[in-house]
Design a protein around this ligand. Sequence first.
Ligand code: FES
Length: 135
Amino acid sequence: MLDRRRFLILFTKSALALTALGLLDGVRRFLMPPLPPSAPAQVRVQPIPELQPGQQLWLPQARAWLGRDDAGFYALSAICPHLGCTVRGEGQGFRCPCHGSQFGPAGALQHGPAPRGLTRLTVRVEDEALVVVLG
Ligand code: FES
């Protein structure tokens, strides 16, 4: 039979043990955060869009802009090279909403603070689809 004193000691130890487990779990999560879902290495665009030279199409699944010029299709990563915000189409080029960097229609840097232009991604035609290779 548990007397009152033993019950309180057991209850207090149990509460402290549960609290310690909760703290340890928090430390574990801090030290080993869950891995983000891996981005696909490539994105298929099918059917092939009918873009006119100078037109650009937003590809949310690739976080990229697909465009076409006289040489064919191209894709520009929409990840701003400054701090990683997503650039938006503006006029004939692109503008970062975070700190105002501006890029030309082919992704060339026009105005910082971004240190360089947008990254050009590889685009190839494969089985009647466009394949945009990320990264
Ligand atoms: S993140 Fe684009 S300008 Fe800063």
